[in-house]
Design a protein around this ligand. Structure first.
Ligand SMILES: C[S@@+](CC[C@H](N)C(=O)[O-])C[C@H]1O[C@@H](n2cnc3c(N)ncnc32)[C@H](O)[C@@H]1O
Length: 372
């Protein structure tokens, strides 16, 4: 993947420094008058955020708006087995649904998210738990940098509920949805390295085609990449619907799924370096969990599920064997015990209540004590 430099003139109001500063100020404790001033003063993207801003809904005295419906809530609670005296790291805090359930058992929770808006929401939702709940803004791949882990704490459980929340997906101004017009952004937060616009407007045809094929498993990747290059030579892409329409013109519409679905997934994964983050976090989980500590991962598409499945299968195999070897050998990386052999899937009842849960798969493993 190329290192993409920011494209001059693209969404000037969305440079990552502005993004960070704007959000930190707006989404924390700012009163509505300040929020309105910041929004009015800002151009483009920020002004588009005014009517949807979580902070403005809160400041207007409204109820906590619907943010995200947690996936597999009962299964996660059962397998996490949180309780008094336990310390759980929730690497994907989102709306705080799973964390709330862990806190309700008496556990301590560190909630991590790259999205300052999610953190602001969850802090407010879970304020009743006082010092038992702390938060950290950043990539879960870097959870070893949190003050808790730096201070030598090890966790009884680590949850990664991958992907984006309903809130992120539904907010047009975040640019995740091909159904809603918004800036081509797709960053989960300021720590995400590039915007979707940078990728779509600067990557070569070969790079785009590879991205769509590998991350989106899009069979018509080459045709879409060629159409993007041809269109952007006339005018760069700047909105989600602009890109979605170009893809639809290039490959047509068949069946119920929108033709831009796979391409948007692929671009989002690249924008947020999702597979790299997952791979780094899996590796780090062996250092942060206590012996007996539980790793719970919820995936939503085959690439991430394959990565988790292979990692856990290999790390839970005590003996390795190859056709050319005289005898099986002990696996030096034998570190986990699988608690469920097959991934746990949502019930049909859950899917009917929450259709976004339909592709969820939960895998659960327990860290073994180091061999003495
Ligand atoms: C599916 S939602 C989690 C929902 C949450 N479990 C709940 O019950 O409300 C995923 C959240 O994880 C965050 N996220 C995804 N990848 C991340 C990463 N690499 N580092 C930190 N946060 C991440 C997203 O910003 C989003 O808020």
């Amino acid at each position: 993947m190329p290192i993409v430099a920011p494209v001059p003139g693209w969404f000037p109001g969305r440079r990552s420094d502005t993004f960070l500063a704007g959000r930190k100020r707006v989404l924390g404790t700012a009163p509505l008058s300040l929020l309105n001033r910041v929004v009015r003063a800002a151009s483009g993207w920020l002004s588009a955020r005014a009517s949807h801003s979580f902070a403005s809904e809160q400041a207007a005295g409204g109820e906590l708006p619907h943010y995200h419906l947690s996936v597999l809530p009962d299964e996660v609670n059962e397998w996490m087995a949180a309780g008094p005296g336990k310390f759980i790291i929730d690497g994907t805090l989102g709306g705080g649904g799973h964390s709330g359930a862990f806190l309700a058992t008496g556990a301590r929770v560190l909630g991590i998210d790259r999205d300052p808006e999610a953190l602001a929401h969850a802090r407010q939702r879970l304020a009743q738990y006082g010092a038992r709940f702390s938060t950290w803004e950043g990539n879960f791949a870097d959870f070893e940098e949190t003050p808790e882990v730096q201070g030598g704490e090890q966790a009884d459980g680590l949850l990664l509920d991958l992907g984006v929340s309903s809130r992120q997906l539904d907010a047009a101004e975040r640019g995740f949805s091909f159904m809603r017009e918004g800036p081509l952004d797709m960053r989960m937060g300021p720590s995400s390295p590039h915007t979707a616009a940078e990728i779509v407007n600067t990557w070569s045809e070969t790079e785009l085609s590879k991205l769509l094929f590998e991350f989106g498993e899009e069979p018509k990747a080459r045709r879409i990449a060629a159409a993007i290059i041809e269109r952007r030579a006339k005018r760069p892409f700047d909105t989600t619907t602009d890109l979605a329409q170009c893809i639809e013109r290039a490959i047509g519409r068949q069946g119920k799924t929108h033709p831009a679905t796979r391409a948007f997934q692929a671009i989002r994964m690249a924008v947020n370096e999702e597979l790299e983050s997952l791979s780094k976090a899996l590796e780090a989980s062996t250092r942060v969990l206590k012996p007996g500590g539980r790793l719970l991962i919820i995936t939503f598409h085959s690439l991430e599920d394959r990565m988790v499945k292979r990692f856990l299968r290999y790390r839970s195999t005590a003996w390795l064997d190859e056709p050319g070897w005289p005898d099986p050998r002990p696996n030096p990386d034998y570190q986990f015990r699988l608690l469920v052999r097959k991934a746990v899937a949502p019930t049909t009842q859950e899917i009917s209540l929450n259709p976004r849960a339909r592709s969820a798969k939960l895998r659960v493993a327990e860290l073994l004590a180091p061999a003495s």
